[in-house]
Design a protein around this ligand. Structure first.
Ligand code: ZN
Length: 506
């Protein structure tokens, strides 16, 4: 087979796998939004069937043969040098996915999947009853499977590296440590200095804000951010998420709490950030494996940039507050834009990661990174985890969990065997601010655009510099290409020190 023919065939298989995954995602989206409760059993059978087909297709020996014909091997994933650059990037991504899938023995995959279902169910119960002991044997199994998988995939230095690479291609424990260490010490000091100051008033945030009006405001913000309703929609689900169901179909969800008006709104902005990224992949790569986020962390950089850097800025609220007050004239009658801005950015060390503010959030993630690396190095055991968790919580955030349910049991990730996932959340903050610093050089007057509710210049810049590439570059290469510098915590820390220095008069 000629190279050109091999490439055409490989793209055809890749597209089929992508379309099948999108069909799976559509069933999952329906399950989270509109599906009647009694349909759950039938739906899980449909999903298992589709997932089986996807797995079979994406591990077919034909892919291996075609990759080889194009010169792509594990050692030289990009294939023959005479192929166009974009095709070589395509081969690199496909080779990595293919190797990762076929290197795992089939019985390990089925065994781990079954154990994962039981483990997740055990975690739900254990958290409900605040009973770590009943979850412990499951977690031990999950760590065991993750270690086995890392061994099958191979790693450069430590098994944990093999797991990190799934979510942040090219990143290792050592490279993450290099940015997390300075982040941790400077954030801890910032949190401490803020803690000595008076908290801003925030009583008005828990007043009654009817959900329909919250939705009206949220949707107007979403449209202003250029989320395209011709290519997506907003629905309600228990946990907000973004899902891509086709080349022109990127949907988001949120939920509203009447006495917590910030939650629904910031979920909309966050998910819109994810969706704008997915909507911005270049046409030529959109319907292939290259039409995907560069990594979990880069994806999170987009959602967090819109949510925090734009959505929690003073300029944003100068622009949006008048409309918010028109919708809620009694609830916000005695609130100024300055007070609202301060309340939206209140810093308070707390126990739960998902409720954490912009300053303390990354510390929650660093805690999980520290514990994971110790788990995989064997210096902390699953049995010692709750104690280690509580001690570190005290050390880096100054708070002690009142229960394991609000401590080591709070997140679902470990019960699913998703180790190496957490760092991406904090890396997203670092990538995001490094992009933002580069963006400000290109658009020095960005704040005045935000104040005028004109967010297009920001979106255009992100599209041109980040979104178009999809996953053509690994995160480390992308950040270097876009900002001219390797990843560091400097931009993020300077941003926080400046913003919160002003807010809390430090
Ligand atoms: Zn997110």
């Amino acid at each position: 087979m000629k190279k050109q023919e091999a490439l055409v065939r490989l793209h055809a298989i890749d597209r089929d796998v992508k379309h099948l995954s999108q069909i799976t995602a559509l069933l999952q989206w329906d399950q989270e939004t509109y599906m009647p409760p009694a349909a759950v059993e039938g739906r899980s059978e449909q999903l298992a069937l589709l997932e089986g087909i996807v797995h079979e297709k994406s591990t077919s020996p034909e892919i291996g043969d075609l990759l080889e014909q194009l010169g792509s091997t594990t050692a030289h994933p990009m294939g023959d040098a005479d192929l166009p650059e974009v095709e070589r990037d395509f081969l690199r991504v496909l080779r990595k996915e293919y190797d990762r899938a076929v290197l795992l023995p089939a019985d390990l995959v089925t065994e781990a999947a079954r154990a994962e279902g039981l483990s997740q169910a055990a975690w739900v119960e254990a958290r409900k009853r605040n009973d770590y002991k009943t979850f412990m044997p499951h977690l031990e199994k999950m760590v065991g499977y993750a270690k086995k998988k890392a061994e099958c995939w191979g790693f450069t230095e430590r098994p944990y590296d093999g797991l990190l690479d799934i979510h942040e291609p090219g990143m290792t424990e050592a490279s993450i440590e290099a940015v997390f260490n300075p982040l941790r010490s400077r954030l801890s000091s910032l949190v401490q200095r803020i803690g000595e100051k008076k908290a801003p008033r925030s009583d008005f945030l828990s007043r009654e804000f009817p959900a329909e009006l919250q939705a009206q405001f949220g949707e107007s913000v979403m449209k202003a951010l250029a989320y395209d309703l011709q290519q997506g929609r907003l629905d309600i689900s228990a946990h907000p998420f973004t899902t891509t169901l086709g080349p022109r179909d990127v949907r988001i969800t949120t939920r509203y709490f009447p006495t917590n008006m910030l939650s629904g709104l910031f979920s909309i902005i966050h998910e819109t950030g994810h969706a704008l990224y997915e909507m911005g992949f270049a046409e030529e790569i959109r319907d292939s494996s290259l039409g995907d986020g560069a990594s979990m962390g880069i994806h999170e950089s987009q959602s967090r940039l819109w949510e925090n850097v734009v959505g929690r800025s003073y300029a944003f609220w100068k622009g949006q507050f008048p409309q918010l007050r028109q919708l809620f004239p009694t609830q916000l009658a005695d609130v100024s834009v300055d007070e609202f801005y301060a309340a939206v950015n209140q810093v308070r060390p707390s126990l739960i990661r998902v409720d954490a503010d912009e300053v303390t959030y990354s510390l929650h993630v660093i805690l999980r990174f520290e514990l994971e690396r110790r788990l995989f190095a064997g210096t902390v055991s699953v049995a010692d985890l709750p104690e280690a968790w509580n001690a570190m919580m005290k050390e880096i955030l100054g708070v002690t969990p009142d229960s394991d349910a609000n401590g080591v049991l709070q997140d679902v990730h470990w019960s699913m065997g998703a180790f190496g996932y957490f760092p991406s959340y904090a890396l997203g903050n670092l990538y995001g601010l490094q992009f933002w610093d580069a963006l400000k050089k290109g658009i020095p007057e960005v704040e005045s655009f935000i104040e005028r509710k004109d967010y297009m210049p920001i979106l255009q810049w992100l599209r041109n510099h980040v979104h178009v590439h999809g996953c053509r570059y690994e995160p480390g290469d992308l950040i270097l290409k876009v900002t001219g510098k390797p990843l560091s915590a400097d931009s993020f820390i300077s941003y926080l020190e400046h913003k919160y220095g002003q807010l809390y008069k430090l």
